[in-house]
Write a protein that binds this ligand. Structure first.
Ligand SMILES: C[S@@+](CC[C@H](N)C(=O)[O-])C[C@H]1O[C@@H](n2cnc3c(N)ncnc32)[C@H](O)[C@@H]1O
Length: 303
């Protein structure tokens, strides 16, 4: 059987996304590589502003023509963890400032000029919904490796008081902006600029506990004292540190996009981090607009 022309595969991927029922959301993955029979092509929609990501340092003419025919702003990013450059303009109007998107009615600002990441990770959409569903008034949520605070915003909208922790001040400022955008006064929430590993131990020493903790570390990170964190070997230790400031009952949302850890191994690692403490674990799949490589592993652990 002959392969359908790429144009047909791209249109088919879009048609499948049109059938998904993701309420009040205008940010999603439109094309997910192998999952849409389009290896090496990843296309994200941010409220009518498209971001193409490819591992190849070139865009084939037929793909470029198809993208240009949509008359939308299209940017292009090369998936190179070493280069980590901002997306480049590829077709359509140039985007000059932040783009506002909605996810289940929650508003975020993404930027195409902010470096390698645009401010919102679309593959975490279902995990943000899970956090929102778990939270209520009186809850306290610690969002570690928080980046632009998207998990904190949904927790606060559900009534929780949040602590947003990240090494990067620009990321925390972006997070404050996300609160304001959703009519939550950031001054009613806590922000900590610092190292997750240091602060988890400090909170534990202070006897400060949280009813929910979000752990979404990068695969590799350097932290206080020049120490190195590698998700593949150190995730269990991270969970163990987090349990030191987890209330009872409490939950920890553990996620990793580390390709070197399988889903079942990740579940074991999370369980190990709880040591002898009884815990219920639930693994969750990636959102339905990500039918390709299931790189993102999620375990929700609750006591
Ligand atoms: C993959 S992003 C996290 C994404 C975020 N959970 C979200 O859903 O938007 C990684 C973030 O971790 C932060 N980071 C890296 N190492 C850190 C550390 N040791 N302590 C605190 N933050 C760290 C980076 O500044 C960056 O904002």
């Amino acid at each position: 059987m002959s392969t359908p022309p790429r144009h047909d595969l791209l249109e088919a991927a879009l048609a499948r996304r049109g059938e998904l029922d993701i309420g009040a959301t205008d940010a999603m993955r439109l094309v997910d590589g192998e999952g849409d029979d389009l290896p090496g092509i990843y296309l994200d929609d941010f409220a009518g502003h498209w971001l193409l990501s490819t591992p190849e340092p070139a865009v084939a003419a037929d793909l470029r023509d198809w993208l240009a025919s949509r008359a939308l702003p299209v940017y292009w990013k090369i998936l190179d963890p070493r280069g980590k450059r901002s997306p480049a303009h590829l077709a359509g109007p140039v985007v000059t400032g932040p783009v506002e998107v909605r996810e289940h009615g929650v508003r975020y600002r993404v930027r195409f000029d902010s470096g390698y990441s645009q401010g919102l990770f679309l593959d975490q959409r279902d995990n943000r919904r899970r956090v929102r569903e778990r939270c209520g008034p009186g809850d306290t949520v610690l969002n570690t490796f928080a980046y632009t605070g998207s998990f904190s915003v949904v927790a606060a909208l559900a009534g929780a008081t949040t602590t947003t922790l990240d090494l990067s001040q620009p990321a925390l400022d972006w997070g404050r902006d996300h609160f304001r955008l959703n009519q939550v006064d950031p001054d009613t929430q806590h922000f900590v600029k610092g190292d997750t590993f240091h602060w988890l131990q400090r909170f534990a020493r202070q006897g400060r506990t949280f009813s929910g903790i979000v752990l979404d570390p990068p695969t590799f990170s350097r932290h206080s004292g020049g120490k190195v964190f590698r998700a593949e070997s150190d995730y269990g230790r991270l969970v163990e540190l987090a349990t030191g400031c987890l209330a009872d009952p409490g939950w920890i949302l553990c996620t990793t996009n580390c390709r070197g850890i399988s889903r079942s191994a990740f579940q074991k690692v999370v369980r190990g981090g709880f040591r002898d403490r009884p815990v219920r674990l639930r693994s969750h799949p990636m959102p339905p607009d990500f039918p390709g490589d299931p790189y993102l592993k999620t375990v929700l652990a609750s006591t």
